[in-house]
Design a protein around this ligand. Structure first.
Ligand code: HEM
Length: 447
């Protein structure tokens, strides 16, 4: 159907739905595709599904197998309209990430009613969101981060040396891109280097829980109970680690982000236990996999587009444009969910109170109405108003840090990278939330 040849919106209308007033218009196979981890790994399959949706059904309800119905928000403008209205579209009332009906029920059962296993900025709405975000906002501003650039450059240089020492062949994803942002964020957070492999494993388990290559059991996850049990163990390990860290930073505060969280106050009180633990988890995880995926995808893109690589080599002032385009190109965060707090109208559709919305960032970032030739990798794309960092009140808190660490890596690497080509087939992680390349084998010459 992705070419519109079978099924079709009309054929799909009237299918059974668990909601009372459904308007099912997205064909089942497209609905299944946009939540299918394998489709995101495939790349072409997810692009085709979103392209079809933007053209034929840009804002309609979908109900994939086993999932509650949700509106797939696929156009750039609609994504921004939803994100701009953070009182009308909440994060906290329903799962913020696509979850099956069974999964949501189980989580509510486990938590005594909440649809979330953690409570970080992502799961909060105002007034808490504002108060908790304010705690670290200044820390993430460019003027504060400038002081870290020298140290980040040293870390980047170490990774570039490591790449040079590989003798002209490496898996850029595994050998460099997964490790460099982890090292940066752990330094920022204050986690000692010796604990980094453990953090890497836990982060990958958290985001790649469906992919047997990275999840805890090393096997395909076949049922909700098994998936949730694994997720809970991962969160439990994170919490045990950060609990000890909080105690330490309360006794011995330092200049790191962990000290800001451990000693922070909300309305004159220390952060709640769950909220403090969740703050560490979001800082450790959101700041790592996203940047790793983008860095790996950027190298893949340069190897595939020798003209862009040559242009960049000839003019290093194009690096910020390359970084921005790589963020749009990879869009490592595939979606976030919102739910409506009141009946409303959006782009001619009646959204009911309680309706669940999927913000389809990869679709927004290929929207033909905003991007000229969206499927072309163009380091000189201008403007490049992608929504890969989200938008509005929840817009990525670490966007300046992410951009800075990627810029610095390319500034250190490109002057020494003389040639570049793929050395086998790259592959993406199978996940429908945060994902990107898990292997990018390359062959290169370096000075
Ligand atoms: C290429 C890198 C990155 C991408 C593409 C990315 C993407 C995103 C997206 C899409 C959101 C949700 C925004 C929304 O709901 O509107 C988000 C939120 C967030 N990101 Fe990032 N991120 C990146 C790097 C980082 C880094 C380096 C950090 C540092 C710790 C970070 C920390 C956060 C936090 C704390 C939030 C929650 C903000 C809130 O809900 O108020 N991210 N990010």
């Amino acid at each position: 159907m992705l070419d519109g040849s079978t099924d079709g919106p009309a054929a799909a209308a009237g299918q059974n739905n668990t909601r009372e007033t459904p308007t099912m218009t997205i064909p089942k196979d497209v609905a299944n595709t946009i939540v299918d981890p394998k489709a995101y790994a495939d790349g072409a399959r997810i692009d085709a599904a979103f392209q079809w949706l933007r053209r034929e059904a840009p804002l309609e309800q979908a109900q994939p197998e086993g999932c509650d119905a949700f509106w797939a928000v696929t156009r750039h403008a609609d994504i921004q309209t939803v994100e701009r209205q953070n009182e009308l579209f909440h994060n906290g009332d329903r799962p913020t990430v696509m979850t099956t009906i069974e999964g949501e029920r189980k989580v509510r059962e486990m938590t005594g009613g909440s649809p979330h296993l953690v409570r970080s900025l992502v799961q909060m709405d105002n007034p808490d969101h504002f108060a908790y975000r304010r705690l670290t906002q200044g820390w993430f501003l460019p003027q504060n981060l400038r002081g870290l650039e020298g140290r980040i450059r040293e870390i980047a240089r170490g990774f570039v040396d490591r790449m040079a020492a590989k003798g002209g062949r490496c898996d850029f994803a595994r050998d460099i891109a997964f490790l460099y942002p982890l090292h940066v964020i752990m330094e920022v957070l204050g986690v000692p280097e010796i604990d980094e492999p453990r953090m890497l494993k836990l982060t990958q388990e958290l985001f790649g829980s469906a992919d047997p290559d990275v999840n805890r059991s090393g096997a395909a996850v076949t049922d909700v109970d098994q998936g949730l049990a694994e997720l809970q163990k991962t969160i439990g390990d994170f919490m045990a680690y950060f609990n000890a860290m909080t105690e330490d930073r309360r006794k011995n505060p330092r200049q790191d982000l962990a000290s800001v969280i451990a000693n922070g106050e909300i309305n004159g009180q220390p952060l709640g236990h769950l909220e403090a633990m969740s703050y560490y988890i979001i800082a450790a995880t959101a700041g790592h996999d996203t940047t790793s995926n983008t860095t790996a995808g950027a190298m893949w893109a340069l190897a595939q587009h020798p003209d862009q690589f040559a242009k960049l080599k000839a003019d290093l002032s194009l690096i910020p444009g390359h970084v921005e385009e790589s963020i749009r190109w990879v869009t490592p965060v595939k979606h976030f969910m919102r739910s409506a707090t009141a009946d409303t109208e959006l782009s001619g559709r009646q959204i009911a109170k309680g309706d669940w919305m999927m913000l389809c960032y990869p679709s927004g970032n290929r929207d033909e109405a905003v991007f000229d030739e969206p499927f072309r990798y163009d380091i000189e794309r201008s403007p490049n108003k992608h929504v890969a960092f989200g938008y509005g009140a929840h817009v990525c808190l670490g966007q300046h840090l992410g951009r800075m660490e990627m810029r610095v890596l390319w500034e250190e690497l490109l002057p020494r990278l003389e040639s570049l080509e793929l050395d086998g087939a790259p592959a993406n992680t199978e996940a429908n939330f945060v994902c990107g390349p898990k292997t990018v084998p390359i062959r290169y010459k370096m000075s």
